[in-house]
Write a protein that binds this ligand. Structure first.
Ligand code: MTE
Ligand code: MO
Length: 313
């Protein structure tokens, strides 16, 4: 099956997912399955995150109208459920309480933190961020949560740690997408240690002033607004620190299409579609994409000494 999408915004909303379309074109099955080896299964019994609402952070002006709440919560990417955009009902069976996060790797002391204990140690705030999927759709929503660096501080990484790795929940009974052997489960993402220290990097536990809906990654997810949306891993169960650059989920599937850095850049097309514009979900608007998704003032300096890397895929 060869799917050509010269313009990402032409993709029918509930049909093709370009991130997945590559799979049908390659003999990646064996490779992807092999990559799945070696990751621990996270047990996650139940209960819901508070989603405490803090003050709105006025530093980050979205410069765009908010996406309709219903649209943001019914048009999602969540491959653990399935590869459509219509996963919100299916996601309701995910158990989100009790919930804890395992911290391991290059840290002073590996441990497991219960969500309610974590929530006592962080300062909640609200941030209205733009979100730009690599598929060329975008939304603007108010997240509740706390700066990622507060979580990093609690984890206490060793000085030699260079990357932070995020792993998503695997609940085989509740996540039918995990049955699909073509994907290298679990969903893994990573950020460099200076990226996680940047104030924009955020951990979300709420959306539109209520606990984070399961379909949006409840009870706790990463939100990295200057990068393509696949970097913002949902349903975090494991965090580790390492000195080796991790291979993320989409990079493992299609390394020529998705890289480690994945910073938004309208001038660097995806191999199968343009990134010059984006479709605002819930509207008929198509608007120009902005480098670093408009957050260049806050993050461009992170990449000054990385110009040899593939920063925009
Ligand atoms: N665990 C997990 N996290 C994930 C994904 C996923 O499939 N599984 N999809 C990513 C992609 S491609 C995008 S665009 C965003 C979508 O977030 P939203 O559904 O809240 O808009 O989640 C990201 N995080
Ligand atoms: Mo995405």
């Amino acid at each position: 099956m060869h799917i050509t999408r010269p313009h990402g915004w032409e993709i029918p909303e509930h049909k093709v997912t370009p991130e997945a379309a590559v799979l049908g074109r390659r003999g990646l099955v064996a490779g992807a399955a092999a990559l799945a080896a070696g990751h621990a299964l996270a047990a996650s019994p139940p209960a819901a995150a508070p989603g405490a609402v803090g003050p709105v952070n006025a530093r980050y002006k979205p410069g765009r109208a908010l996406t309709a709440e219903k649209v943001a919560e019914t048009y999602n990417n969540y491959y653990e459920i399935d590869d459509s955009k219509d996963i919100w009902q299916g996601a309701q069976q995910i158990r989100t309480a009790p919930w804890s996060i395992q911290v391991s790797g290059m840290v002073s002391k590996p441990r497991t933190i219960a969500l309610e204990d974590l929530f006592k140690q962080v300062q909640f705030e609200e941030r209205i961020y733009r979100h730009r999927c690599v598929e060329a759709w975008a939304m603007t929503v108010p997240w509740t949560g706390f700066p990622l660096r507060q979580l990093v501080k609690i984890c206490d990484p060793l000085a030699a740690a260079k990357y932070m790795v995020f792993q998503t929940a695997e609940q085989p009974k509740n996540m039918p997408g995990l049955d699909s052997p073509i994907y290298p489960w679990p969903y893994i993402e990573g950020l460099a240690i200076d990226e996680v220290a940047n104030d924009l990097a955020f951990v979300s536990t709420g959306l539109f002033g209520k606990p984070l809906p399961k379909q949006n990654g409840g009870p706790i997810r990463l939100t990295v607004p200057w990068k393509y949306g696949f970097k913002s891993a949902k349903a975090l169960v494991r965090i580790s620190f390492t000195d080796k650059q991790p291979v993320n989920f989409w990079q493992a599937i299609a390394p020529t299409e998705y890289g480690f850095w994945a910073n938004v850049n309208p001038a660097v097309p995806h191999p199968r579609w343009s990134q010059a514009q984006e479709r605002l979900i819930g509207t008929s608007e198509i608007v120009p994409t902005v480098i670093y998704n408009g957050y260049g003032d806050f993050v461009a300096s992170l990449y000054a000494n990385r110009s040899k890397d593939k920063l925009f895929m």
